[in-house]
Design a binder for this molecule. Structure first.
Ligand code: BJW
Ligand code: ZN
Length: 243
């Protein structure tokens, strides 16, 4: 892929780069996205049956088991060249912050040191009732109940992700806003940009005059606001951009 010289200059001169990532970033690690036709999770499962607090209360066993399956997938996956290129940026730019919608921890495993998780982490577990965190490995060794129970209050344990209708973690959201104020370049990688409020971040970055770069093999609504659209896979475009 040939890159615009002005874009390469902007990257070289950047003081602070923000990377906003979605499920497409981890697709090449073998983790399914949500909304792609045929392969996306929502092509096979209904989000209202699995990814809302009501769904969990209606059928906690199904929801727990679905997330246990996905946790296993994530634990077996490896960061791909896209994650690794993002981590390598830290050696080239004074400051890099990753703002991810992903719950898989692959940016951190690739070596990114500043990662804001807007939708939580599938590797974390907490009590549905009292919110206390639980160590899932320790719990699984002693508690065979599905879902396992909180040792503080006896409530059901749940995955540490953000479901539809739930607020984003306030510390993550306020940190993302700070990054938006400070970063001069904003990458939008592998997201359909359909889920709010996360999808408002690239719009906001653009309205604040930041350079917005979109990396995605498909068109999304954010093509309208991006100054640069790099049509391709994150695991191919990001390493090329750095080479
Ligand atoms: C590649 C690639 C490759 C493929 N390289 N690219 C305003 C308007 C309308 C609705 C709302 C609104 N504000 C709030 C809402 C409601 C709702 C919402 O947004 N609904 C819309 C979907 C209609 N939002 C919420 O409920 C949020 N909370 C909230 O707003 O709180 C305030 C509130 C409180 C109380 C009442 C009401 C409001 C919470 C949203 C939580 C989202 N949770 C999920 C599940 C997380 C847990 C889990 O993992 O199960 O988060 S849903 C799912 O979507 C997941 C993702 O993080 C999120 C975004 O998906 P993403 O990453 O964009 O993936 P895809 O699959 O959509 O796209 C993949 C892209 O990759 C595609 O474009 C591909 O082309 C591309 N791709 N291969 C690069 N190799
Ligand atoms: Zn509890």
């Amino acid at each position: 892929m040939l890159f615009d010289f002005v874009l390469l200059d902007k990257l070289r001169d950047a003081r602070h780069i923000a990377i906003f990532s979605g499920a497409g970033m981890s697709a090449e690690s073998g983790i399914p996205t949500f909304r792609e036709a045929h392969t996306g999770l929502w092509a096979k499962y209904r989000p209202e049956d699995l990814a809302t607090p009501d769904a969990f209360l209606r059928d906690p066993v199904t929801v727990w088991n679905w997330y246990a399956w996905r946790r296993e997938l994530v634990q077996q996956a490896q960061p791909n060249p896209g994650h690794l290129a993002v981590a390598r940026l830290e050696a080239l730019v004074p400051k890099v912050t990753v703002i991810t919608q992903n719950v898989d921890g692959l940016h951190q495993r690739a070596g990114s040191s500043d990662v804001i998780e807007l939708h939580g982490s599938i590797l974390e577990t907490r009590c549905f009732d009292c919110g206390q965190p639980a160590d899932i490995a320790a719990v699984a060794a002693t508690d065979r109940e599905v879902p396992p129970r909180c040792r503080h209050c006896g409530g059901m344990l749940r995955p540490g992700v953000v479901w539809f209708g739930e607020s984003l973690p306030s510390d993550a959201w306020s940190r993302a806003a700070e990054v938006l104020d400070d970063a001069d370049v904003f990458f939008c990688i592998g997201t359909s940009s359909l889920v709010e409020p996360a999808a408002s971040l690239p719009r906001h970055a653009r309205s604040c005059g930041r350079t917005v770069i979109q990396i995605n093999p498909e068109a999304t609504s954010h093509d309208e606001i991006a100054q640069y659209i790099l049509r391709g896979k994150a695991g191919e475009v990001m390493p090329e951009l750095l080479s």
